[in-house]
Design a protein around this ligand. Structure first.
Ligand SMILES: Nc1ncnc2c1ncn2[C@@H]1O[C@H](COP(=O)(O)OP(=O)(O)OP(=O)(O)O)[C@@H](O)[C@H]1O
Length: 648
């Protein structure tokens, strides 16, 4: 019998479709407004210098390279006119940007619009559909534009959702995801012969549970436990059983990751999406590439050639009747060409067993009318629930993959955040149905067990175990690395308490110069002990500290390949050695958003062999969760005072 507590809990997490649609619709608008005002709207009266400071424009650029690639796209590379590191900015790969002459007014027409496809410290590469006709030899600027398409698609999905309860492929799934009907499973334990012979017991258990679920299954994957490995096996097994699958993730990189891992198994798959957003190694499986290879596409091409000849004849023709006949023929050919093109696209999608795309990409008109037996959503705990619905509406069964104990999606609008836009479907279902629909992966393949144990105890009921291949691995076991005072410990705490290293406010962020110096010194010592700079990551919760650390890194040649990022920006990644700069150090003992358990969970679990925490133990220790973290490092690691790192 279900207890009262469970019932109450379910009730608080469930709401009707109509409630969901009416709560979310205005929140999507709020978030769109927030994104527009964070980027550069044409009506913005702010000056360009402020825009650059805010990171939404990069001024004084020169075009340093032009190449064609990506199925006819033009790739232009830009560098700062002075040739140094680009100023701090908020541009990310896949962002939509416009190119303008540096001096042009804010609201002026752009030379072109494109998608960022590569970012380095000193250059940014953008993919344009066509090469801008002029102006490339003059000083230029790039502006970030809000991606309004995403919001439009989410709102359309909400409209479809409110209509779709009675009809459509997801008609039986929707009531289960809103708590109106119970999830169903087949009683039989499903046996299967794995394609991947190395699967561990928790991965196999999760996969058979996924097979027996008739509507929804949550694959809970704590850091390093092989979520993608498990997703790939689920896809392979489902294809073997004859299912047609839509596999999505919030980010392009996660989608490409699955595509790459499916390649060796020769699955019939197609990847939908803008070529500039795809990894080069998966371009061959892109829809555009497959359409170009199809018979219908060749026919469409022949028709276009014929039309060109007819257009030539039309220009020369004098007689009225001849002209009329040619026009008629052209119209027929144009219709035929369109039909062939569409058929080429439909053929590719119809023949594929697995269609892969981002969640917003699942809205593509190319999938209109397609229904899937299974929708798989990776990174589901990092995606807006509304975005998940774009994909979910196309299937009758779903598998959601993620970890709600890591960071949720970033919400720009404070109000939308407060009103629940950031609450994910994964989290909602996990609290509504719990173990009934969930399996957690429990063997991890990334971290030394000392790094893992803290996270396992604090967040995963001590259920995670380290695989023997990583449980004891040390930094000095890496090729070229030597055993030294810097490499011999798995956990290091460098305490800045009493070292006069106070934090400093910087506009809407916080930084700590003293702590940055200590952090850089530790990175240098690791490199001196033979650790590759590219195996080291420096992460910090604060954007201003990232900028300051990058500036310091630019003065140290040996640290060129050390990656520096916010914690949020490093989710999903890993490095052999991670140095965390916690920044907060103040007499009021304020710790701000450091106290979010999920953020520190992500930070610590990025490290494979060494995790070094640089912090003011007295300030951060004011928060009980952070105090336990510091105490853990003191007990199981090496404790050092920042004063030992001061003068290098
Ligand atoms: N059963 C297994 N046996 C051996 N190695 C495994 C197994 N499962 C996963 N791994 C290894 O663990 C690492 C992480 O796995 P994978 O790439 O599937 O996870 P991910 O989804 O990228 O990461 P995370 O689990 O952190 O989300 C990979 O190097 C993978 O080869």
């Amino acid at each position: 019998m279900e207890g009262l507590r469970e019932k109450l809990h379910k009730k608080s997490s469930s709401m009707s479709v109509d409630q969901f649609v009416s709560i979310m619709t205005p929140l999507i608008d709020l978030e769109k407004e927030a994104e527009i005002s964070a980027s550069l709207g044409s009506s913005s009266s702010r000056s360009l210098d402020i825009a650059q400071k805010k990171g939404s424009a990069i001024l004084n650029l020169k075009c340093t390279d032009a190449q064609t690639g990506l199925m006819g796209k033009v790739l232009l590379e830009f560098q700062s006119s002075k040739g140094d590191v680009l100023p701090a900015h908020k541009f990310g790969t896949h962002d939509v940007v416009v190119l303008k002459p540096n001096k042009a007014d804010l609201g002026s027409a752009p030379l072109g619009q494109g998608v960022v496809c590569r970012l380095k410290d000193s250059s940014i590469t953008v993919a344009f559909d066509d090469i801008p006709e002029e102006g490339l030899n003059t000083p230029l600027r790039l502006e970030k534009v809000a991606n309004e398409v995403t919001y439009r698609r989410m709102k359309d999905a909400l409209i479809q959702l409110s209509k779709g309860t009675q009809e459509g492929p997801a008609a039986d799934l929707i009531p289960v995801l809103f708590g109106e009907k119970q999830p169903m499973h087949s009683k039989k334990v499903v046996q299967f012969t794995p394609f991947n012979k190395n699967l561990d017991h928790s991965q196999k258990d999760a996969i058979s549970k996924a097979f027996s679920s008739k509507n929804v299954f949550l694959l809970h994957g704590p850091p390093g436990t092989g979520k993608t490995t498990t997703v790939v096996e689920i896809i392979l097994q489902e294809v073997k059983r004859g299912s047609k699958i839509l596999a999505c993730a919030a980010s392009n990189i996660a989608v490409d990751n699955i595509v790459e891992r499916l390649f060796p198994y020769r699955v019939k798959l197609v990847r939908l999406g803008h070529p500039a957003r795809l990894l080069p190694q998966v371009l061959e499986s892109a829809l555009d590439a497959q359409v170009l290879r199809g018979d219908n596409s060749t026919l469409a091409n022949d028709i276009r050639k014929e039309m060109k000849v007819l257009n030539g004849k039309l220009l020369k023709a004098k007689d009225k009747n001849t002209k009329r006949d040619i026009r008629k023929e052209l119209r027929t050919l144009a219709r035929e060409e369109r039909k062939r093109q569409q058929r080429a696209v439909t053929d590719v999608i119809k023949n594929a067993d697995v269609v892969l795309t981002t969640l917003t990409g699942a809205f593509s008109c190319k999938l209109e009318g397609s229904a899937f037996d299974l929708v798989i959503i990776d990174e589901a705990a990092q995606a807006l629930e509304v975005a998940c619905w774009i994909a979910l509406l196309k299937g009758s069964r779903c598998v959601l993959v993620g970890d709600h104990l890591q960071l949720p999606p970033t919400i720009l609008s404070v109000e939308a955040e407060k009103k629940g836009l950031g609450k994910t479907l994964f989290e909602r279902l996990a609290s509504m149905y719990g173990e009934e629909v969930t399996s957690m992966l429990t063997v991890q393949y990334r971290m030394h067990e000392l790094i893992m144990n803290w996270s396992s105890k604090e967040l995963y009921d001590s259920k995670i175990e380290a695989h023997s291949s990583v449980a004891q691995h040390m930094l000095y076991d890496l090729e070229n690395a030597t055993k030294s005072s810097s490499t011999e410990s798995t956990l290091i705490l460098i305490d800045t308490t009493g070292c006069d290293m106070e934090e400093k406010k910087d506009e809407d962020s916080t930084m700590n110069e003293g702590e940055a110096a200590v952090t850089i010194t530790h990175a240098k010592r690791l490199v001196e002990s033979g650790v590759n700079a590219s195996d080291i990551g420096i992460i910090t919760p604060y954007a201003a500290q990232v900028t300051y650390l990058k500036m310091m890194r630019s003065k140290e040649d040996s640290l060129k390949d050390v990656e520096i990022s916010t914690v949020d920006g490093f989710q999903g990644r890993e490095k052999e050695a991670i140095i965390i700069s916690m920044v907060r150090s103040n007499s009021k003992k304020e710790v701000g958003f450091l106290s979010d358990r999920r953020r520190m969970n992500v930070a610590v679990t990025r490290a494979r062999r060494q995790c070094c925490l640089v912090c003011d133990a007295e300030t951060v220790g004011h928060d009980s969760f952070l105090r336990r973290l510091v105490e853990y490092f003191v007990e199981y690691g090496e404790y050092l005072s920042a004063s030992e790192y001061g003068h290098e």
